[in-house]
Write a protein that binds this ligand. Structure first.
Ligand code: ASP
Length: 311
């Protein structure tokens, strides 16, 4: 029997103890724990890794705490444009959507693109039309309204400044969600979902829906979901780079993650992190920022939940 494992993130950035009240911290920890344990239960039941990562990401998308789905940040026009991707490490099939509005769970739409279209990445109106054809649920504008996000956006709406989510320093805010898992058959999968960056130009697309940049899965190596300043993650092709170091250089999962996140990205100036699993059930949760909302659960071990560097 293989070792099952799931790992997820809810964004990375300069998240410090001082920035969160005890209540907020508790809410984040609970949401992360619930999503990790719900995905883990599916894996225990023998369900595929794809189901586990989709469920974990759906739960985080449904939480207003994270910058994805319901909690998606505002664009410069005061709208929500969401990106998501999912990939199967067994078949190397992938599906992604970019710049979609009104879709309740963009990760589910990404999975529909993977399974029910000839394409990998659909954007904007085309993706929304496909969602309607597939019977994927939409939600009204009010569902995505969040007073905190609105205030966050109001501070920068009249400027050309755009920012990542989640911290007190406007220029260092991240908040994407993502999950990776390995199932009882040793198949890995990855999924990522985001509202992108606060006050981003309409049409701006980040690393999240780009296979190889923010999301990647391959049974031979690992499954990866990234969070951080997307422009850097795209240029560094982060997720595929980790996989390549394992495939071509024989690095372990941890070595490959550390090389990319703690060395290469740092030199590049790209702040953020990622979650990764391999087919053997090993997990890595590296980040080069102050903190990263994260959780993992391996086989029958206790659930780990962390926010800051020390846990
Ligand atoms: N990577 C995401 C983006 O650039 C943002 C994030 O991780 O919070 O769209």
């Amino acid at each position: 029997m293989k070792n099952i494992a799931i790992a997820l993130h809810g964004g990375a950035g300069t998240i410090t103890r001082a920035a969160l009240t005890a209540e907020q911290e508790k809410a984040y920890r609970e949401a992360l724990r619930e999503a990790a344990e719900a995905g883990h239960r599916l894996l225990q039941e023998g369900k595929p890794a794809l189901d586990a990562v989709e469920l974990a990401v759906v739960l985080l998308e449904d939480s207003p705490l994270f910058n994805a789905g319901r909690g998606a940040v505002f664009t410069k026009e005061g709208k929500h444009e969401m990106d998501a991707a999912i990939m199967c490490g067994r078949t190397l099939e992938a599906g992604a959507v970019a710049g979609v509005q009104g879709v309740r769970n963009p990760v589910t739409l990404a999975r529909a693109v993977m399974q029910h279209s000839e394409h990998v990445l659909l954007s904007g109106r085309g993706a929304e039309e496909f969602a309607r054809d597939q019977g994927i649920p939409f939600a009204p504008e009010s569902y995505f309204f969040n007073a905190f996000r609105y205030r966050q956006w109001s501070e920068v709406r009249d400027s050309d400044e755009f920012m990542l989510d989640h911290t007190e320093q406007p220029e260092k805010k991240f908040g994407t969600v993502g999950a990776v898992a390995v199932d009882l058959d040793g198949n890995v999968a990855a999924a990522t979902s985001t509202g992108g960056m606060t006050n981003k130009r309409y049409g701006r697309i980040g690393d999240t829906p780009l296979i190889g940049a923010g999301t990647y899965a391959n049974n031979k190596t690992c499954a990866i979901s990234c969070t951080g300043h997307g422009e850097f993650f795209m240029r560094a092709v982060v997720a595929y780079d980790v996989s390549c170091l394992m495939e071509y250089r024989g690095y372990t999962l941890q070595q490959a993650c550390d090389e990319v996140v703690l060395h290469k990205l740092v030199q590049f100036g790209g702040e953020g992190g990622l979650v990764a699993v391999n087919a053997a059930g090993e997990v890595a949760l590296p980040f080069n920022s102050e903190g990263m909302y994260r959780a993992s659960k391996k086989s029958s071990e206790a659930t780990f939940v962390g926010i800051y560097k020390e846990g």
